[in-house]
Ligand binder design. Structure first.
Ligand code: HEC
Length: 161
């Protein structure tokens, strides 16, 4: 084998390594850090929850904005607004309660076990009947690894990391 073939092989190996890294980051190796949660799944919520989103309707929750990681983190530190009909019992409810995954609307819309068990003292009517299933709205549900990472991130105080 001559030298240029060897160079070619070496380049191929580098390309394969780079390819592996990209695949791991996008296809589901979610870590309990906001940047990872955003890039592996939450960025897709912007189809509906972002200014001018194509999927938005008049009933879409009004304060969430997943257009960028920064906007997502800021809006997730707020509370639900603009919900109508069956869902309006959840207006004013925090998306993320630091250290408390079981009380966080963000986890409840993606994880049916959290949704079923949720017990919010100040807003008891924001229960599994009022909380929508966003995995269904997304079409592609989050992986079990994503849900575990989201749970851990909230339990760790939900930092902007
Ligand atoms: C296809 C459009 C669409 C997508 C995609 C979508 N949402 Fe929603 N979301 C809505 C609508 C519409 C509502 C209002 C409640 C309803 O009509 O079910 C809502 C409501 C919510 C609420 C308030 C839920 C409640 O019932 O109290 C949260 C939290 C939420 N969405 C988070 C998310 C997250 C996180 C994602 C991404 C994983 C996401 N949404 C993806 C359309 C969408």
């Amino acid at each position: 084998m001559n030298r240029s073939n060897l160079n070619y092989l070496a380049l191929g190996a580098v390309a394969m390594l780079a390819g592996c890294t990209t695949t791991a980051a996008s296809s589901g190796d979610p870590q309990p850090h906001f940047s990872s949660l955003y890039s592996t799944y939450l960025a897709n919520c912007a189809q509906c929850h972002a200014p001018g989103a194509v999927g938005a309707t008049s009933t879409t929750e009004k304060s969430l904005d997943f257009a960028t990681q920064a906007a997502a983190y800021t809006s997730l530190s707020g509370t639900a607004t603009g919900l109508t009909g069956n869902q309006q019992a959840c207006n004013g409810v925090a998306f993320v309660v630091k250290d408390k995954p079981a009380s966080s609307l963000l986890l409840a819309v993606l994880d049916s076990a959290t949704r079923t068990a949720i017990d919010l003292t100040a807003t008891p009517n924001c229960d599994h009947n009022a909380i929508s299933d966003m995995a269904l709205k997304m079409g592609t549900p989050p992986s079990a690894a994503f849900l575990t990472a989201l749970n851990t991130w909230i339990a760790n105080g939900a930092p902007n990391d």
